[in-house]
Design a protein around this ligand. Structure first.
Ligand code: NDP
Length: 451
């Protein structure tokens, strides 16, 4: 049986574009359909614009620090329009790069929505049909807002980059990556920032001590964080939003941003008719090779809700190509993934939290919290944390947690050692780089506790 293509990819985000390019580079005939902008969540409405906003927001504190270091410099106002213009131009440039990457690797792309018709056929939004030996679904995810009175007044991370003007006040709801990162961004840009989180401490699932310090520092920097608090209802009042909270508070905000999780984009793709199974959150269920129950259909990235991170989607895409086009069955490795949360201060983490490790086996905990030189000199009270979780039996470092400016950069490197199975003694054998914050990772001699 002959097909139009060897591979048809649905979704032009990080995972889909990488899989399409690598398959095409190996000689496969590949097409890709994207209904929105090329680059997907990460490039267009996620990691990239978010990090640029983090950079923008960090300059506010830098002026004061520079003054403390002797600079005659005065803080000025932040110009949202100027920043937004540059941000939009940068995203246009990056989208162009993504389109070119596809074109230059010989992938045919369609600016259209694609749905599945049968195990080897997709239908595009213009009504045309394309057949392919393999179909890869890489449609990502989207933010979700729970239903409650006035929930339609909330914006999400999709909207925050397009605001006409920077609000004077904002309420951010949620305690995950996105909520905490945007609380730091808005606060840094000079917006009066309030955050509600329904649980006892933000960043659930991460090391308790690390998230405790992030939370403390966020409050220190001026974020009005309310734990154990949720929204009951919201009403429009002039150009503001009145919010009634579960703790009895009532307040007015210019904007309310919900960051209460994301859902896989797997609706209306035609999956049900083909008998492709979905999980509790609506994610596409796949095996360890990213294959669905229909052998010619695979899925990667956030739509499968495994580990929802760009570099993981890219790895899943590469493993798919290796498996299907290179005859070398390869499953993506989801173990010991280093990751960073761009809160202020940043958190970098790899491996097990102290709480998870203690459940698993006897451990030693090495940790130190101190005022870093650069900020201490400028008179800031800010503290950082360096922490290692060590197996008593194997001496392996099971987890490394860093809360500090630049923690994302540090954890990438510490992640290599942890992934290689380094022991505490391997860390100790490494000479310190002085004077740095991360040298503490190789100079901690005595455990602060065992568990
Ligand atoms: P998360 O799932 O991480 O967090 C959702 C938050 O919203 C949790 O604090 C949750 O509370 C809370 N929540 C859920 N439902 C409700 C509700 N009905 N009412 C009130 N609060 C609610 O989602 P995010 O949207 O923050 O991030 C999605 C994913 O995106 C992350 O898991 C991550 O993989 C990825 N991401 C990664 C980044 C990075 O690597 N730096 C940056 C941004 C996103 P509870 O804890 O009680 O469940």
């Amino acid at each position: 049986m002959s097909f139009d293509y060897d591979l048809f990819v649905i979704g032009g985000g990080s995972g889909g574009v990488r899989a399409a390019r690598v398959a095409a580079a190996g000689g496969a005939k590949v097409a890709l359909a994207e209904e929105d902008r090329y680059g997907g969540t990460c490039v267009i409405r996620g990691c990239v614009p978010k990090k640029l906003m983090v950079f923008a927001s960090e300059y506010s504190g830098m002026v004061e620090d520079a003054q403390a270091y002797g600079w005659d410099i005065q803080p000025g106002a932040f110009d949202w329009d100027a920043f937004k213009g540059k941000l939009e131009a940068e995203l246009d440039r990056l989208e162009g790069i993504y389109r070119n990457l596809l074109k230059n690797s010989g992938v045919e792309s369609f600016d259209a929505r694609a749905t599945l018709v049968d195990p080897h056929t997709v239908e595009l939004s213009d009504g045309s049909r394309k057949s392919a030996k393999h179909i890869l679904i890489a449609t990502g995810g989207r933010p979700i807002v729970p239903e409650f009175p006035g929930s339609d007044l909330a914006i999400t991370s999709n909207d925050v980059f397009h605001l006409e003007k920077l609000p004077e006040s904002i309420l951010i709801v949620g305690g995950g990556y996105i909520a905490c990162e945007f609380a730091g961004i808005m606060n840094g840009l000079g917006v009066k920032t309030t955050q509600y989180y329904r649980g006892a401490q933000i960043l659930r699932g991460f090391d308790d001590e690390a998230r405790g310090l992030v939370s403390e520092e966020m409050c220190q920097s001026g974020i009005d964080l309310h734990l154990g608090t949720n929204v009951l209802e919201m009403t429009r009042e002039g150009d503001k939003i009145r919010v009634k909270a579960t703790n009895g508070d009532e307040a007015l905000f210019d904007q309310v941003m919900y960051a209460t999780g994301r859902a896989p984009n797997a609706d209306d793709l035609g999956l049900e008719d083909l008998g492709i199974e979905r999980g509790r959150k609506g994610e596409i269920l796949v095996d360890k090779y990213s294959q669905t129950g229909v052998p010619s259909v695979y899925a990667i990235g956030d739509v499968t809700d495994r580990v929802n991170l760009t570099p993981v989607a890219i790895r899943e895409g590469m493993a798919f190509v290796e498996t299907v086009f290179n005859g070398n069955p390869t499953s993506p490795d989801h173990d010991l993934i280093p990751t960073a949360i761009f809160t202020q201060p940043e958190m970098g983490t790899v491996g097990l939290s102290e709480e998870e490790a203690a459940q698993q086996e006897p451990i030693e905990v090495y940790a130190t919290s101190f005022k870093p030189m650069q900020q201490a000199f400028a008179g800031r009270a800010q503290r950082v944390l360096m922490k290692l979780i060590v197996s008593q039996a194997s001496r392996k470092v099971l987890g490394c947690h860093i809360v500090a400016p630049g923690a994302g950069e540090m954890i990438q490197l510490a992640g290599i050692a942890v992934k290689m199975g380094a022991t505490k003694e391997d860390f100790d054998r490494t000479v310190a780089v002085h004077p740095t914050m991360s040298e503490e990772l190789v100079t901690m001699k005595t455990p602060v506790r065992t568990a």
